[in-house]
Design a protein around this ligand. Structure first.
Ligand SMILES: Cc1ncc(COP(=O)(O)O)c(C=O)c1O
Length: 402
């Protein structure tokens, strides 16, 4: 009888006792709004910002309502306006082009490579079209950030990093989110820290930081921030910067602070699981793993592999067979968006130019969550199931094109 996996791909770990205690404290005093502090009190949101800025080595940090809100706020803070073109990845998820569309700007999609990162040659050919690149480190894959920054700096293009999948990752020792002008992180349940919803934005630019804080809804209370520029910077921008409320509250901030202290240990646990699955899938005929460059330290909270140039019905068959054995895989080749998964040509509010290279790669990308509730035995079992099912379809059909 074939073995079957019975775990959940969407179950998180419970919050730690420290996070629960911190939440209780905020609930007991009732001051949940970030600016609702008593004389001499430092609010949880302000402390979270101070600690996260120190953790990633940034001068300024702002906590907000979601990762998507952080992205849109970044675009506004660097001056993107209605009708502007913004470069971004063809391989990403809906909140990224959504943030661009939310400010009336227009996404220009850049190809993906077989290593699932932005294609730097395609970027170099398109970089003259826009003033801003919203770079999505989709599914935690970091491109050569040194070369990317060189291309963008030479062209005078501002880089905003979407680090929704790379909180805790580094490139050449530099934290993800610290190469570009702004780094944006998500604290939503399926990411690397869990406050249900939430986002963080970091920058070293004082005016960008002041604008982002005003935009997030600080009214004239910006002096209650601990990772913010001084008052004179706000005096320069406060009459021209609208309030588009999207603040973080003290309850979420309180449960995030202990999680950020645990982040490195959690990253190590994710990577043990990732490597176990990766080892189990290595040299499966027909299946291509992603090469991870030595300069990258990643967070293996999900894993992808390519069934490159397989006929779509064969890929679907693998996904169906794995699902029958309890293994939940997502596919970026489906013509219709499903659940969290969609692709650049589904976002019809954005002009679509044909991207044959991306189409070929997206058609082969299979994606799987790796929650920390999986044991290493679970991971080994999942890899055995995928290997067997890929093998069964591949060997039966021998060659892949339909
Ligand atoms: C690649 C990517 N960027 C940005 C976001 C936005 O994060 P949030 O859900 O916190 O708005 C997500 C969330 O799923 C994402 O997957």
């Amino acid at each position: 009888m074939n073995e079957k996996f019975s775990g959940s791909f969407t179950q998180q770990e419970p919050l730690s006792d420290a996070a629960i205690a911190a939440a209780l404290e905020v609930m007991q005093h009732g001051r949940l709004h970030r600016y609702n502090v008593v004389e001499g009190e430092l609010g949880q949101a302000a402390l979270l910002e101070q600690e996260f800025a120190a953790q990633v080595g940034a001068k300024y940090c702002l906590s907000v309502a979601s990762g998507g809100y952080a992205l849109a706020t970044s675009l506004r803070a660097v001056g993107v306006e209605h009708g502007d073109l913004v470069l971004t990845n063809a391989f990403t998820l809906a909140p990224v082009p959504g943030a661009i569309a939310s400010v009336g700007a227009v996404p220009v999609f850049v190809d993906v490579t077989e290593n699932l990162v932005i294609d730097l040659d395609d970027l170099a050919s398109k970089v003259g079209q826009a003033k801003v690149l919203m770079l999505s480190h989709m599914r935690g894959h970091l491109c050569d950030m040194d070369r990317l920054m060189q291309i963008c700096n030479d062209a005078g293009v501002t880089v905003i990093e979407d680090c929704a999948h790379t909180m805790g990752a580094t490139w050449n020792g530099v934290a993800s989110g610290r190469h570009g002008e702004i780094g944006c992180y998500s604290c939503q349940t399926y990411k690397h820290v869990n406050s249900g919803e939430g986002g963080l934005l970091v920058t070293d630019d004082e005016e960008v930081a002041a604008r982002a804080i005003m935009l997030s809804g600080s009214y004239m209370l910006f002096e209650r921030h601990l990772a913010a520029p001084d008052r004179t910077v706000f005096d320069r921008i406060k009459y021209d910067t609208p309030n588009i409320s999207g603040r973080m509250d003290n309850l979420r901030a309180a449960i995030l602070r202990p999680q950020l202290r645990d982040l490195d240990a959690q990253v190590a646990r994710w990577n043990e699981r990732y490597r176990c699955i990766e080892d189990g899938l290595r040299e499966t005929p027909g299946l291509q793993l992603t090469e991870r460059p030595a300069a990258e330290t990643y967070v293996g909270s999900s894993i992808q592999f390519l069934l490159l140039d397989w006929a779509s019905e064969k890929v679907q068959e693998v996904i169906r067979r794995c699902a029958d054995r309890g293994v939940e895989l997502k596919w970026f080749g489906a013509p219709e968006p499903a659940a969290f998964t969609s692709r650049y040509d589904n976002w019809r509010y954005a002009p679509v130019h044909s991207l044959p290279q991306s189409d070929r790669i997206l058609a082969g990308i299979v994606d799987m969550r790796v929650p920390l509730t999986f044991s290493l035995d679970d991971c080994a079992q999942i890899a055995r199931i995928i290997r067997a099912e890929v093998g069964a379809v591949f060997q039966r059909d021998g060659s892949l094109p339909s």
